[in-house]
Design a protein around this ligand. Structure first.
Ligand SMILES: [Zn+2]
Length: 268
């Protein structure tokens, strides 16, 4: 008991330390993304009167206004989440959320299994935390036991199996871990926008946003010049999960390879 309290305290101190640490080490990437968004917004605002003038001339004002409203919404989302990242919002949120959970780092066996997929230097593997128990029991009761990743934390449910309803941890499910790690990878390379984008597709498709058509469709997509970044956030995670499953079962993974390369090149 004493040691588990000590371990919990050590983990919370680590969470607290990550805030100033990431404020500094992630400043270049985070400020760069925000600056880029500001430049894109400034340029769009500058050209807006010309586009609207053209739309009036062509009688397409209503359509153009609808398009502009949608683009503004997307831009505003980016601006807000990038500002949130810049002030260390992810670290503050994770610190608070972890207060009611049990967190553990990836095991040596898990690291060995996942590092060849994402590349040795593309993720801070030692910073990844698997969260289980505590307030998560309540969350999983409401979301139907759907595992999810918030920033550098992967939340795994406990599944009830058999007639007795024995509790089985989903931690042994390595393909699921790979799926959720893809979301961590997305966060690491594009920032918190991945979370808003994933939730948007989950809601607008009624959770039907994972399908990408399997290896045959993937092959066709590649031939048509489709890139990994053109798939939505859930499809991206599902592609990497399925690659891993095929790989573990010694099945043909050729259809997945080009997209895996793009993932490792951080083309998200
Ligand atoms: Zn997912």
């Amino acid at each position: 008991m004493f040691f588990s309290i000590l371990y919990w305290l050590k983990e919370r101190l680590r969470d607290a330390w990550l805030w100033p640490l990431n404020l500094v080490r992630d400043f270049p990437a985070r400020s760069g993304r925000l600056l880029n968004t500001l430049l894109v917004g400034g340029k769009a605002a500058l050209y807006a009167p010309i586009f609207l003038g053209q739309a009036v001339w062509l009688g397409q004002l209503r359509r153009q206004v609808r398009h502009a409203a949608r683009q503004t919404g997307i831009w505003l989302h980016l601006f807000l989440v990038q500002l949130f990242d810049l002030v260390g919002g992810p670290e503050i949120c994770q610190f608070v959320m972890h207060l009611g959970m049990h967190t553990t780092p990836l095991t040596a066996a898990e690291m060995t299994a996942v590092q060849p997929i994402f590349g040795p230097h593309n993720l801070r593997y030692q910073d990844v935390r698997i969260a289980q128990g505590g307030i998560l029991h309540l969350i999983f009761r409401y979301n139907g036991g759907l595992a999810f990743a918030t920033w550098y934390t992967i939340h795994l449910p406990v599944k009830r199996e058999g007639g007795e309803g024995t509790a089985v941890s989903t931690r042994q499910n390595l393909p699921l871990l790979v799926h959720e790690l893809t979301h961590v990878f997305q966060y690491h390379h594009v920032g918190s926008r991945y979370l808003g984008e994933a939730i948007y597709y989950l809601i607008t498709t009624n959770r039907n946003c994972y399908q990408y058509g399997g290896p045959a469709k993937l092959r066709a997509c590649y031939q048509q010049g489709k890139h990994f970044r053109h798939f939505n956030r859930e499809q991206q995670a599902q592609i990497i999960q399925d690659y891993f499953t095929h790989h573990c079962q010694s099945q043909d993974t050729a259809a997945y390879e080009p997209f895996l390369v793009q993932l490792r090149q951080q083309e998200l």
